[in-house]
Design a protein around this ligand. Structure first.
Ligand code: SF4
Length: 360
């Protein structure tokens, strides 16, 4: 709780406690309004200001103010055109990196045998996504998938695609040569994040994640990222720290996604956040990263998030770290993801992703 503003202290002579409370609330509101106005005016908000945004009650007046401002900033940043990116999962199996939130983590014992999708099926899924209007196509593999195989699939998919839709890699950490090889194989960018709890609930050093992001940028790959996977257990300090990391990355997009609990995972005991609780969080991230970051993502596709400024939603097929089935059963197609956006009042971009560098 911040110190009482001077004007409130001066009013302490008032005998009526409710009057003091009212005045105090007014000053607090003003503070949130000031932070929001600073961000909307193009100013960079600091860690303490971002912490104050994350601290608001999700059903409060300030929460709606933050969400309104986020939507306005998102609208300006992407010129009113939201996007749908589509991901194809290439394999499933047990992964020794043991990220506790992931269904592939060995410790979660969901996938005990390895499966790899046939190339023809992968290409078919990518072409379906492209024909359906996806603005970018992602290939996702677990950290155990052979890198050389991933490059090969990437080359084949790139060759098969009929438009300039960007091809994005969602893979484990890689070195400098591998970063260059991704670029050479036809990838335009990567998705990568320093996840909440990285190094504590994962077996990956956060510095390794940052190094991969740096190498990707040096190889000419654009990077999309996100504050994820957010759960009720995360402190305001960690939300701030990880959000500011996304801003420093100068990404194609940032945003916030909630943790989907994997049955049996130790994290399931924390419960999960509702879309209503996630809305001011993704909105605060939007305000923190500023207009230069074109996109603001969330998952799963939901209208509350889209209303609050999420301008990037996901369609997915194949294996997925938030799903316990080999082929995701959550069922978001490009079409119904676009509908979520239009229901929330967005226009949807046609053609290659502006977030990944195509001109509007
Ligand atoms: S998130 Fe990636 S690295 Fe971590 S357990 Fe899942 S597949 Fe492995």
């Amino acid at each position: 709780m911040p110190a009482r503003p001077a004007a409130v202290q001066a009013a302490a002579g008032l005998s009526c406690k409710s009057q003091i409370k009212e005045l105090e609330e007014e000053m607090m509101n003003k503070t949130i309004r000031e932070i929001v106005d600073k961000a909307l005016g193009g100013g960079e908000i600091g860690a303490a200001e971002l912490r104050a945004l994350f601290a608001v009650d999700y059903l409060s007046e300030e929460s709606y103010l933050i969400q309104y401002a986020s939507r306005k900033m998102s609208d300006g940043a992407c010129k009113g055109k939201a996007e749908v990116h589509a991901q194809v999962g290439l394999n499933s199996g047990s992964c020794p990196r043991d990220c506790q939130f992931c269904s592939f983590a060995a410790m979660n014992k969901i996938f005990t045998s390895s499966k790899v999708r046939p190339l023809e099926e992968i290409i078919e899924s990518c072409l379906n996504f492209e024909a359906g209007g996806a603005n970018a196509i992602y290939l996702m593999a677990t950290a155990t998938y052979k890198f050389a195989d991933f490059l090969k699939v990437g080359r084949e998919v790139k060759q098969a695609l009929k438009t300039a839709v960007p091809l994005i890699a969602n893979v484990g950490d890689f070195d400098e040569d591998e970063a260059r090889a991704l670029k050479k194989s036809g990838f335009d960018g990567i998705y990568h994040a320093v996840r909440l709890g990285e190094g504590v609930i994962t077996k990956i050093d956060p510095r390794k994640r940052l190094q991969t992001i740096d190498l990707a940028a040096k190889a000419g790959l654009k990077v999309g990222t996100c504050l994820e996977p957010v759960g009720p257990e995360h402190t305001l300090e960690e939300l701030v720290e990880k959000t500011l990391i996304t801003r420093d990355m100068k990404p194609a997009y940032s945003g916030a996604g909630r943790r989907v609990n994997i049955p049996g995972s130790p994290l399931a005991a924390h419960g999960s956040l509702s879309y209503a609780q996630m809305a001011p969080i993704l909105a605060a991230v939007r305000l923190a990263v500023g207009y230069d970051v074109v996109g603001n993502c969330t998952h799963e596709p939901n209208k509350i998030g889209a209303m609050a400024g999420a301008s990037l939603l996901w369609a997915e097929v194949g294996s997925n770290p938030r799903d316990t089935s080999e082929s995701t059963v959550r069922g978001w197609t490009v079409k119904n993801t676009q509908e979520v956006l239009t229901e929330a009042g967005w226009e949807v971009l046609e053609g290659p992703s502006v977030m990944f560098g195509a001109s509007a």
